[in-house]
Design a protein. Sequence first.
Length: 492
Amino acid sequence: MLRGCRAGSVLASRRWFASGASFDVVSPADGTTVVATVRTDDDRRIVAKFCGAYQAQRSWRTMPWEDRAALMGTFAERLRDCAGDISRIITSETGKPLTQSRAEVNAAARRVRAMIDLSERARARMESNSVRASSGSVTEKVVHEPVGVVAHVSAWNYPAFLAVNVLVPALLAGNAVLHKPSEHSPGVGERLRTLLLQSDVPSDVFQVCQGGRDVGRALVRLQGLGAVAFTGSREAGTEVAAVAARSHARAILELGGVDAAYVRRDVSDVERAGMSVASGAFHNAGQGCCAIERVYVHRDVYESFVEAFVSEAAKLRAGDPADETTTLGPLVSREALRRVETHVNDAVRSGASVLFRGDAPAEGYFHPAVVVGGDALRGSQRARLMTGRAETFGPVAAVIPVDDDEEAIEAMNDTSYGLTASVYTSDGAAAESILGRLDVGTGYWNACNVPSANLPWTGRRGSGGGSGGCTLGEEGYTSFTRPKALYMRSRA
């Protein structure tokens, strides 16, 4: 327990960055319009927020779970009612098409409700198994307590989803949360805090820390954290895990992916498969950790699948993300645009064929939808810069022919990531067998890129996971608790 919340007692180093700074959020749609200017939290403000959270959590954890759940239910209603406003914030800051932003916020409100139910089930399961042994005057039992203060360093690509995935189970379990939104999408975090306050959640229980990487580093280096939840790149996640280990805080990591789909020769409907995989590849301009970047297709159905897949890509409409008819928005930054361009050029230089290249506005950070393919992508180490070695995180997909299941499985596993994988086939037993041999956290049969609130969201290898815990599912609640063993003797 911390004896005092003075700066020296909670800072891992005396100072990380200068105070009094601010940063601009620039619209990715044109690359010039400043949509917000946000004050950066310096070390003193971060310490003050941590101390407030630390103190508030002591009383928050004593509130009956049912009362906390009722407050989260009110929060879900307010989130649903404010979906229009929050959607416009997401679109203006990140360039996500407005229709997709609106769908995200409405789904996030439903997810809050689902996570309340899942948390209740998790609690019931833990309580039903709490007594491990009882004999005479001795009872041995396990209780689950909150971890304390949770630092949440989030990402910009799904700012509403990623925020509620952590804050809801963490608060339900009796923790306090320090939430750092991405510097590309700071507005959603502030809006969620307002909704929580309007739902009568105590002010210090959920707080927002604004800034870039320096603020994120400052948060995870705080002494006295119970857990750090991080969504971002593999490289940053590795740093977070190392820092958390030094302070004995739990690290819950959701990192990247270069996810793959396999279309077997017995797929029942090639056109539907093409539609599904295209949605998984190009939704949110491919800026998702579980977006489909690699598609392995049995050679017997390769041409027909490419035709269906390209047909879907050609339907995308790039343009003003605030326009209701836009389905392909810009990338989030100039750096992201350069990375995607580099990956496409690498594949083409390695001999890949450009099967489709769409249109995109010249201004802003737009990149057209691109489909590459051909046998040149089989076994080429250089081409795999975009087909397994590194995230592209853009509207680009590689469609690669394979001769059989074994080749597909080997290629899908030939990556240092392991988030999701999909198999399209009419044979359910074959799908389950193939998915069982893929080193990923989530497997899909005839689907892709659809995280479910009912299932734990976790990765393997460079995609995160590990022993720290996860979000979503019942496991998403238990990840923000810790067991305590009680040996109870009724007579001294």
